[in-house]
Each structure stands twice: as structure tokens, then as C-alpha cells.
Design a binder for this molecule. Sequence first.
Ligand code: TRP
Ligand code: ZN
Length: 498
Amino acid sequence: MHRRIFVPGVLAAASLLLAIPASAAGYAPGAPGIGDPYYPYYGNGGYDVSHYDLRLTYRPATDELEGTATIEARTTQDLSSLDLDFLLDVSEVRVDGAKAAFAASGQHELVITPKAPLAKGTPVTLVIRYRGVPSTKSAYGFSTWHRTPDGAVAADEPESAWWWFPSNDHPLDKATYDVSVAVPDGTQAISNGTLQSTVSKLGWTRYNWRSAKPQATYLTTLAIGKFDVTTGTSEGGVPVVNAYSADLGDNDGAARASVERTGELVDWLSGYFGPYPFSSAGGYVPNTTTGFALETQTRVYYSPRQFANGSNTSVVVHELAHQWYGDSVSLKGWKDIWINEGFARYAQWLWSEHEGEGTTRELADYVYASHPADDAFWTVKPGDPGPDDQFDLAVYDRGALAIQALRDEIGDDAFFAVLKGWPREHAYGNASVDDFRAYAERVSGKSLTALFDTWLFQPSKPAAATAAPAASLARTARPPAQPASWKSIEATNDVHGH
Ligand code: TRP
Ligand code: ZN
């Protein structure tokens, strides 16, 4: 876990020395950020969550959410107070059963001060009672809570939790979840994992969802609305749960014709990435007006617009690839976004080749040739793009090109061993771009420092010579033709317009 020296904390600790008994000396407030330089206030310091239990009630007509969050955590330093990231209105906080003081702070901090300070390395149970209308809340001037005509959806990256549950909001602190949501009869609540039970009483139905493998906060999703839920099992034995808003209009058929292939595509991806890491798979298509898709763990979020031109298996492949690359193996810092997006894009290339719509080689050559050396595309460093360019097209396309260059360098045997070995090596954990380089070096027996530097860290177009076969165009001299899959892969790029 991250820990960093936080100056105000040090000062607070000094004043504590004067105010309270010597036994509490050294107790300091937990940092308001986990230490990610891209997002200094995301996540928090001083503790590590193992489980979130969210017991919620939601009224679609008024967007009122009320609930109790019970958080199981362990302290990682002596704490006089700790922060959660949250925007709704808190009415009570308990720490190990005792009422605690609390106050909102900064853009999205909830500062909790327990009656007695917490010693490093001890388990702690936090209970937060809250309510609020999420659509009225914002931080840094924006909101990612998506209202729909019949409900709402929490799905966004890197932030979506603040609007519906208090958390340590950073992928470094993954935890398991029980999400229990009561909604009026006839409305459904969709979340991650498996539906353990539904209970109806006095006009309300409570949906009890469980996600039993470590899950990042931004991959935890909630959708409330009128959904048609389908269930099944893939040929390879993975249970599948999908949900479609009753309000998809003309996109309904194409949405189903894409997302109903989840089981088939999970099995196909398992051939490259190894066994599917979770106990269920699936996706949901709510009636939002957004354009993006998101790899929410076990239950992918798709915008209806993704299906406006007909079925779109490419986006399904992209989001399912993230279940291994991004969800089971999460990034350590947001600068490591390439280990998510480069590989999810490369999976789309593999699918294109499988479908006979252009090989990975052809797609790589096309990307390379499409961007002249003076194109700003090459100034983005996929290995550390900066917060403003975190989801730039280059992270995806140059990112996938880097993966093709790695394949060219180490050969197919080592390459596919890396592709399958990585999700096993870091299953349910966190890893960085540098960890990936080290792993690929170990498997291939080659030094890859120069290759990674050229493709991921230089703000310029790699020379055709370095581009190895990645410029078959150096051989043909003619610009490569646009692969048949290009338009459909490009159509999955909606997020870059953000
Ligand atoms: N991770 C998403 C994908 O490519 C894309 C994404 C980036 C996104 N930023 C986002 C989605 C913000 C929603 C909101 O699959
Ligand atoms: Zn992605």
C-alpha cells in the first residue's frame, strides 16, 4: 500500500502530542489521497479496505438514494482520523460500533475522527449512514451520475463511486462487495457479480448482488431502471447475466445481437488470456444518452449508441478483454493505463483477424501509416500519457501498435505465453507498465528496455527501422489499405471525444 509524507498530517500529529496522552503520540490523520500523482486526492492513506457492504434504497421518481455502508478495513498506520471519498449527505458514522465525528472536506473528502485513535495494523469496521439526491452533487464541477427516464446509472472512469457509496476510491485498494438495493416493484437493480437473491415486500423489491473477487471502486456499478434480464452459461461453463433496458428503441435488437454473444466471446478470449477470472460474466445496456462502454467488473456497461449501426462484437471483445487486463489485473497508478487499454484494443485486433476482417499485422501497419510523423498522435506517451491524455486515442492505437512491436521482437511463442501468463501472474492484484516489461523480459529472455522506451515513452514516431516488420510498408512502399474491421473498431472510440 501507498503511504506518503503529508505535511499537514505531520503538523496535526505535533499538536496531538501536546493535547493527548503520550500513548497516542505519533498518531496522525490519514492522507486525503492515496498518492497517485495524476489525481492527488483520489483514494486515501492509512488503511486498506477488504469488503464493502452497501445496503441501499433508491426512488427512481425523485433520484433519492439512502443507505448504510459497512466497510471492513485494516489500518496501515497509526491514525487519528481517516478520509473516505464521498459526496452524499452523511447522518451518522460509527467506528467499531462507537459514534465518530465526521466532516466534509475538499472536493469529495469525508473526514472521520474516531473517539479513540486507531493503531496501525488493526481491523476496523466503519458504518456510514447517508442519503441524498446524487444528481444534485458535483466535484470539480462535474458529475458522472447518469440519470435515465426510469432510474439512474453509476458507471464512469476514473470516478463513479462518490455519487453512491463512500470508498477508498483508487484501484490500488480493491475489495469484495455485497450490494443490496431496494427499488419499487417492477423496477430492477443491476450490479456486479451474482444475484444471490431477490426479496419482495410491501411494494419494494430488494436485489442482493455479490462480487466475491477483489474489485476496484471504478469497476463497481449500479443501474436502476426497467430491465429485461437474461441468464445462461457459456459453453466453457461461465454463468452469464445480461440486462437490457426496456427503453432501447431501435437499438434493442442490435444490442442483444452483440451482448448475447458474451459467453461465446469470453470462451474465445480464454484461449488467449487463460481461464475467465470471475464467477459470472455479462453486460447491461441502460437507456442512457452516453456514448461510451466501460469494463465494469463481470457486468460491462454499454451505451445504446454503441449499437446504432447494428451489432458490434468489437466493443464486446474490448470490454471483456478488460476483465483480465484491467479488472483482475488492475493498474497501480493511473499512469499505467496502457496495461488496460493497449491490450483491450489489441484483443479487438485479434478478433478482427479471427473474423477475417484484417490481421493484427495489417491493423498495425495501417495505424503506423495513418499518422504522419508530425501528427500530435505521436506526442502522447502511452506508457505515461498524463491525466489530460489518459484516454487519448494514442493510448489505444499506439498502445496496441506497441504490443505488435513486442510480438515482432520476441516471436509468437513467447508473445502468446506472455499474453496468457500475465493475468495469472498478477491475478486479482495490481501491476504497472514496468512490471509488464519485467515480466515479458523474464518470459522471453530478452532485454526490452529500448523497445518499451521507443514505443511507449518517446514523444515521437518510431522510425520505420525500429518499427521492425511493423512497417511492412517499408517493403511495399504503397500505403496499406484500410482493414475491413477498421470502421467498427473506430466506432468503439467514443470516449476520446470526452
Ligand atoms: N475504459 C473505457 C474503455 O475503453 C473507456 C473510458 C475512458 C471511459 N474514460 C472513460 C468510459 C470515462 C467511461 C467514462 O473501455
Ligand atoms: Zn478500454
